[in-house]
Design a protein around this ligand. Structure first.
Ligand code: MG
Length: 203
């Protein structure tokens, strides 16, 4: 019985695939046909997500979105520890695909990047995006920091991002929130950032 069912399915599959070949691409097939050409076509939109987290320690500066923030704690990092820039870079690299991640491009065991200004990484991300023919569609940032409050310096962060990514103010949004005093972020032992970006093909 099982052999009979198998033979029937095999015959049906063979028939449909032959019909597909004769009648064109709109004909139903049990085996999906994947066009090799799709690999070389750049889609009009690409989406990417970036995330970063850094411990907060005494004796280092706190730099977020390129703005130096007066605070008694700063990021424990190989570079300047700007988690906002780092997550933006990873979001763009993710959207571009095949470009790796920030850790691959700028390894944290390479002395070149010791204390580096993270705008260098942003410039590289922009360069790669532009080379592939894309620009920022829009960029949505969620900064998670218990203290200090950043509502008065969000505009400065936004200005920096707009300039580094050669985009406009209405394409960048920065949201900031606390972590409700729970876990390491809520206890000001760390801070984190999420970014979602849509890239659009240059006209
Ligand atoms: Mg980082």
């Amino acid at each position: 019985m099982q052999a009979y069912v198998f033979l029937c399915l095999a015959f049906l599959s063979l028939t449909l695939n032959c019909a597909n070949g004769f009648l064109g691409k709109n004909t139903f097939s049990l085996r999906p046909r994947v066009s090799m050409a799709v690999d070389s076509i750049e889609p009009p939109l690409r989406i990417g997500h970036g995330f970063d987290i850094h411990r907060l320690i005494e004796g280092t500066p706190l730099v977020i979105g390129g703005v130096k923030i007066p605070f008694h704690l700063g990021a424990d990092a190989h570079s300047d520890g700007d988690a906002m820039y780092h997550s933006i870079v990873d979001a763009i690299l993710g959207a571009l695909t095949c470009e790796g991640d920030i850790g691959q491009l700028f390894p944290d065991n390479d002395p070149t990047w010791k204390g580096a200004d993270s705008s260098i990484f942003m410039k590289e991300a922009y360069k790669r995006m532009d080379k592939r023919g894309y620009r920022i569609g829009n960029l949505d940032v969620t900064l998670i920091l218990q203290t200090p409050k950043v509502k008065d310096i969000k505009q400065g962060m936004k200005d920096n991002i707009v300039q580094l990514l050669h985009t406009s103010e209405n394409r960048v949004n920065i949201k900031a929130r606390t972590h409700e005093k729970v876990d390491s972020i809520g206890e000001s032992k760390s801070y984190a950032c999420h970014v979602v970006v849509i890239l659009e093909k240059n006209p």
